[in-house]
Design a protein around this ligand. Structure first.
Ligand code: SF4
Ligand code: SF4
Length: 454
């Protein structure tokens, strides 16, 4: 049921847990730079949650910017497009940061960046047209989640959505890509907001943004408070406390609406859709131009990077080329991360390509990359206080150690979103997240085994 008494909160609702991480938003005030097209891109067929795409081109094929090179019939999937014009050089296997192996299309660029001649703005007259257009655009959650956007926007018939939350929290240290999107592309952000609001028949939009982004807050508030653009007063900007993990979907919903998403349920069960701010701006640009997702703004930063900055790069550009563009390394990198320091994935090397859902590449020198040795748990309870999901990380770690699957389930291990707040707060430097992650994969395997035995 829709809430008939919807109001905008004056201040955010209180959220449990969280960690006081340093912000280190060194690139927040720097204009993004467009990187020249690389000689070659490597485009993996798995850049989203869901079924991987099947390769739609052959070696020797000529492609343009925006040509579909991967797709599948699966519902939870998004097509993949070429980010350069040129020739398909090879189709290879690529080991992704998660360890999964996927097909990848290697394209040699002709340096011309010719757009596919079939690209034109989509005709959108109703919700179905809109969902088809979002699918065709290849959009996935650009904040890092990589969930196909057309699936998220396709609300099940038994759910009623009254609130669209635009996620502009960007709570991970270092990352400023969304902040720059708002500053450099604010009209697209707001136009995307109004398109989704209208097409989905949503009653209110809350733009949740951490209060350490004053310029972005000012720009968005000026547009949202202008009667000309928001005559029915359906859109408001809500500055949030800058505290990690404010941008986690369930935390953001609580902060913006006061509602809790029940365990195992989705935002739609709390009457909400959460969209990343860069995703929403992309929707607006796509509706105007029909150019699918082929480029991505990423924050390149960390103690090993010579010239930290936000760079707009063709998807599939090898990370070492992006780092080279940022002046290269100023110190031997001890750790390279795809994503932020709290939830990013450590890379084995820097030859992997930039993916759709990447929002940062961080490289740290040996000193900063070094992990402290864990010591015995002193039962201080800080990890429990830090957990935004109200879990008991110490209890979960004990369950995993004992391989007690019933206890893992009872203590809701699958609710853990691996945010790392517990480990960050732990004075004994315990490897809490790694242990919980291991427990989750063991539990998944156990459940699959049981299912197979039936
Ligand atoms: S990693 Fe999991 S257990 Fe630790 S604070 Fe985050 S949600 Fe809680
Ligand atoms: S924060 Fe660390 S030391 Fe304290 S109870 Fe949790 S695991 Fe133990």
């Amino acid at each position: 049921m829709k809430d008939k008494n919807l109001r905008f909160p004056k201040i955010p609702f209180r959220t449990p847990g969280g960690a006081r991480v340093p912000h280190r938003k060194h690139t927040a005030d720097k204009q993004s730079v467009i990187m020249p097209t690389p000689d070659e891109v490597i485009i993996p067929m798995s850049q989203h949650i869901g079924a991987p795409c099947k390769v739609q081109v052959a070696v020797g094929d000529a492609v343009c910017v925006g040509t579909v090179i991967g797709d599948s019939d699966a519902f939870v999937c998004a097509p993949i497009h070429s980010s350069v014009s040129g020739t398909v050089k090879s189709i290879t296997k690529l080991t992704m940061p998660s360890g999964a192996v996927t097909d990848a299309v290697v394209i040699e660029s002709d340096g011309k960046d010719t757009a596919d001649p079939d690209i034109k703005p989509p005709v959108v007259e109703n919700l179905q047209d809109f969902l088809s257009a979002v699918r065709a655009s290849g959009l996935v959650g650009l904040g890092g989640a990589g969930f196909p956007a057309h699936v998220k926007l396709n609300v099940p018939a038994d759910k009623e959505i009254d609130t669209l939350i635009i996620n502009c929290a960007e709570c991970e240290p270092y990352i400023t890509a969304d902040n720059r999107e708002v500053i450099e592309n604010s009209w697209a952000v707001m136009s995307g907001v109004y398109s989704v609001l209208e097409l989905l028949g949503i009653d209110r939009v809350i733009i949740g943004i951490e209060n350490n982004k004053p310029e972005a807050i000012r720009i968005l508030t000026e547009i949202a408070e202008n009667e000309k653009y928001d005559p029915e007063d359906k859109v408001r900007v809500l500055p949030l406390k800058a505290s990690y993990p404010q941008g986690a979907e369930k935390v953001l919903i609580k902060a913006c609406t006061g509602r809790e998403v029940p365990t195992g349920k989705l935002p739609a069960d709390a009457g909400c859709i959460v969209m990343n701010v860069t995703s929403i701006a992309f929707i607006s640009d796509y509706l105007k131009t029909g150019m699918p997702l082929t480029k991505k703004r990423i924050t390149v930063d960390g103690s090993a990077i010579k010239e930290p900055q936000n760079v707009i790069v063709p998807i599939g550009t090898p990370i070492n080329k992006v780092i080279e563009f940022c002046g290269g390394y100023k110190a031997e990198p001890g750790k390279i991360l795809m994503g932020g320091p709290m939830m990013g994935i450590a890379l084995i090397d820097d030859t992997l390509p930039v993916l759709k859902q990447n929002n940062a590449v961080l490289a740290f020198d040996e000193k900063e990359a070094r992990l402290s040795e864990p010591t015995d748990c002193i039962r201080c309870g800080r990890c429990v206080s830090a957990c935004p999901m109200r879990l008991m990380p110490t209890r979960l770690c004990a369950d995993v150690k004992l391989k007690d699957f019933d206890a893992m389930r009872k203590h809701q291990i699958m609710t853990c979103m691996e945010c790392g707040s517990c480990a960050y707060s732990c004075p004994a430097h315990r490897h809490i997240v790694q242990t919980i992650r291991l427990g989750k994969s063991q539990l998944r395997a156990e459940l699959a085994k049981k299912k197979g035995d039936k």
